[in-house]
Design a binder for this molecule. Structure first.
Ligand SMILES: Cc1ncc(COP(=O)(O)O)c(C=O)c1O
Length: 400
């Protein structure tokens, strides 16, 4: 079977909507990855990219980390689904509870999207209220309840989501505590759900003190606070974004890093809330806590427990942030570079240059997630030097 990039793109266009399986992977020109290792991925055409998509943020330890490969390889031969409880799910849950202060118990799901769905289910069951409040622009996966944002100040469901969703999902501007207070007045809100990092993993940070005020307002209104740590959990700190903010949410959504690069997620939280899953709330799911993901998750969390991989990844991000900033400054280009722990954001003031940035950097051997870089614990000094040089070449060629 021919596997050139052009052939794959033609075949994909015939059988996959848009030729892809995730909108964020819509690249023009297309690329197809043949294999990945450490901080790099190699394309079917032989090119080598320094990878900062890192599995949409799931791979804090880089691609094919030996400990994860070993754990998954050993497990696959022992079975991938027992249709029954197994020791790995117990150890995986224990590790999460040990690392995140607010989490007494966890229930595993198959993705971050499902963790959010379950969090809302538990909050509604616990409070007997139907309405949830989300912050504009904050992302919690693609389920109907959270696929609502403000459009010129008016809440709008995403395409294909019923208008009726607006009866039970309210949206407030991110960072506006007065709007939030108004939304919670009347006592009908089961939960506020938010990304502690601000929208898009720290791209749009929340004002200082906002998360703490959110906690206080929820307490006042008898509303539960759900923090989405799908991206930030075990990455920005071992205890997650909540440990950096110094808040104690009622429920936490996990995904990505905790599943070690395999599909998975979890809801965690206070015991009395989570115990509803043992009594009144139904939550099936064929692949909940599947042994393969559990093996990858345990291997990853074991290595991440002392905070060293997070510190290494953040140090890499700090060098990248400084290097990219130096390039912008030296070339007199308007833009900004900033970061949250190991996640670096890059924004050029010129919209055309910004739109072309991802493609141009890819031509220079660097793959970002949109225009953000997820650093891992295995990106090297040489990777960072090459990534800074790549931006320098891109900007020397195309931007004034
Ligand atoms: C903050 C946040 N929450 C939830 C999700 C959904 O997770 P999943 O893609 O595993 O369904 C994502 C995915 O990128 C996310 O970034």
């Amino acid at each position: 079977m021919i596997t050139t990039t052009a052939d794959l793109a033609t075949r994909a266009a015939a059988v996959l909507p848009g030729g892809v399986t995730h909108a964020a992977r819509t690249y023009s020109p297309s690329i197809y990855v043949a294999r990945s290792q450490g901080s790099h991925k190699w394309l079917v055409d032989g090119r080598d990219l320094i990878d900062y998509t890192m599995g949409h943020g799931a791979l804090l330890l880089g691609h094919a980390h030996p400990a994860v490969v070993d754990a998954v390889s050993r497990q696959v031969a022992r079975g991938t689904h027992y249709g029954a409880a197994h020791p790995l799910e117990v150890e995986w849950a224990e590790r999460i509870c040990a690392l995140v202060d607010s989490v007494d118990e966890v229930r595993f799901t198959q993705s971050g999207t499902e963790a959010a769905m379950l969090g809302l289910r538990v909050a509604r069951a616990a409070t007997g209220r139907d309405v949830i409040v989300k912050l504009d622009g904050h992302f919690h996966g693609w389920s109907d309840a959270v696929s609502v944002n403000l459009d010129h100040g008016v809440p709008r469901p995403a395409t294909g989501v019923p208008e009726a969703e607006l009866l039970t999902t309210a949206v407030v501007p991110a960072g506006d505590i007065d709007a939030l207070r108004d939304a919670l007045d009347g006592g009908s809100v089961a939960a506020v759900i938010f990304e502690g990092s601000g929208a898009h993993f720290g791209h749009d940070p929340l004002p200082d003190g906002y998360a703490q005020a959110l906690r206080a307002e929820c307490d006042r209104a008898g509303t539960l606070l759900i923090i989405d740590e799908v991206v930030t959990g075990f990455r920005v700190a071992t205890g997650g974004m909540q440990s950096l903010l110094g808040i104690r949410p009622d429920l936490t959504l996990f995904g990505k890093v905790m599943a070690g690069g395999l599909p998975g997620g979890a809801l965690g939280g206070r015991r009395e809330l989570m115990e509803l899953l043992a009594s009144t709330i139904e939550h099936p799911g064929t692949f909940n806590a599947n042994p393969l993901t559990a093996a990858a998750g345990i291997a990853t969390l074991t290595l991440c427990a002392d905070g060293r991989p997070q510190a290494t990844a953040s140090a890499c991000a700090e060098r990248l942030e400084a290097g990219w900033n130096e390039v912008l400054h030296r070339r007199g280009i308007h833009g900004r570079v900033w970061r949250l722990a190991s996640i670096v954001h890059l924004e050029l003031a010129d919209p055309a240059a910004q739109a072309a940035l991802g493609v141009r950097l890819r031509e220079e051997g660097v793959d970002l997630l949109h225009t953000s870089a997820f650093c891992s614990a295995v990106h090297t000094e040489a990777d960072v030097t090459a990534t800074v040089a790549a931006l320098d070449r891109v900007l020397s060629a195309s931007v004034t």
